[in-house]
Design a binder for this molecule. Structure first.
Ligand code: NCD
Length: 306
């Protein structure tokens, strides 16, 4: 039985196959409409989410399966003190596969160790968010036609942003990737990513503070929200929250074929006036998230559709 805790759980070849499957689902949705008839997905969300939970649910419903679950710790037995390992043992009796989001780093891994069904990490604290990474890879590959040989700017809260940590881990496996890490001093990428991932793999990267300085050289700009819920005090958050605002004027500094991605939700970091720019790809990215989660469910449940 296979789980998904990190994007590195799949080899590059396996990832290619998963993304091919997602593209086939996009092109031929009717072919997959009954692939998971009679199967159930449990969504165990101990932390708020709109996109991730609903895109998992939409993915399972699109495959003909059904969904059950909870959307906050308060509405589960966690409120009574039940451990994650007990909860997953019980859920294993009710569902065929589970997606778990938890504020504590490593909680989905603990669940996977005690589970009778495949567990998908749907975000664990400030650590990893592998299904967002699969979404990002599918978006980049579909819109740019490749995954290697590009300059990617990651901008915003690089300290607490788990989507950024996961995406860096995944992209360093492709040739010719250059990262420009754009953040205020206080929200720089954590040492465990800079030293253990980027430096250890001789990955080309530089760190800058000004978005304007990086924009002209980027193929992809990956914007992120300042992660309010992970700050220790509100004053620091208020000081940082509007550090970057991508607007029409800044977009003029960017190449004509640069794509803007954002895992969403957005707060102020991308002005709504950018939404109509053809380079704004974040809503298309949300749609790709459904296709890739459909592909992931099929892969982990070992369902083959001919
Ligand atoms: C991200 C997350 O939860 O880490 N959202 C998402 O899943 N699309 C990004 C965020 O919350 O800022």
């Amino acid at each position: 039985m296979r789980h998904l805790m990190s994007p590195l759980d799949f080899t590059v070849d396996e990832l290619d196959r998963l993304l091919d499957l997602a593209n086939d689902i996009e092109a031929n949705p009717e072919k997959y409409a009954h692939a998971c008839d009679g199967k159930k997905l449990a969504t165990l969300f101990y932390e708020p989410s709109t996109r991730t939970r609903l895109s998992f649910e939409a993915a399972m419903l699109n495959l003909g399966g059904s969904v059950l679950g909870f959307s906050s710790a308060d509405s589960s037995s966690a409120a009574k003190g039940e451990s994650v390992s007990d909860t997953i043992r019980v859920i294993s009796c009710y569902a065929d596969i589970a997606a778990m989001r938890h504020p504590k780093e490593g909680a989905p891994l603990v669940a996977a160790m005690h589970s009778g069904i495949p567990v998908i990490n749907a975000g664990d604290g400030g650590h990893q968010h592998p299904t967002q990474t699969l979404t990002d890879l599918l978006t980049i590959r579909s819109l740019k036609g490749r995954l290697g040989n590009m300059t990617i700017g990651l901008c915003g809260d690089l300290k607490f942003g788990r989507t950024v940590h996961s995406l860096i881990n995944a992209l360093i496996r492709y040739p010719g990737i250059r990262f420009v890490l754009i953040s205020p001093e206080e929200l720089r990428i954590p040492d465990y990513v800079r030293d253990d991932v980027l430096r250890r793999n001789n990955q080309e990267f530089r760190e800058v503070i000004r978005l304007e300085e990086a924009l002209p050289e980027l193929d992809i700009l990956y914007m992120t929200r300042v992660q309010r819920e992970r700050f220790f005090n509100e004053e620091d958050y208020v000081r940082m929250k509007d550090f970057y605002v991508l607007d029409k004027a800044k977009m003029q500094l960017a190449p004509k074929d640069m794509m803007v991605l954002h895992p969403l939700p957005r707060v102020n970091e991308i002005s709504v006036e950018v939404d109509n720019d053809p380079r704004a790809a974040y809503f298309r990215q949300a749609q790709y998230g459904v296709y890739v989660r459909m592909a992931l469910i099929l892969t982990l449940l070992e369902v083959n559709v001919c």
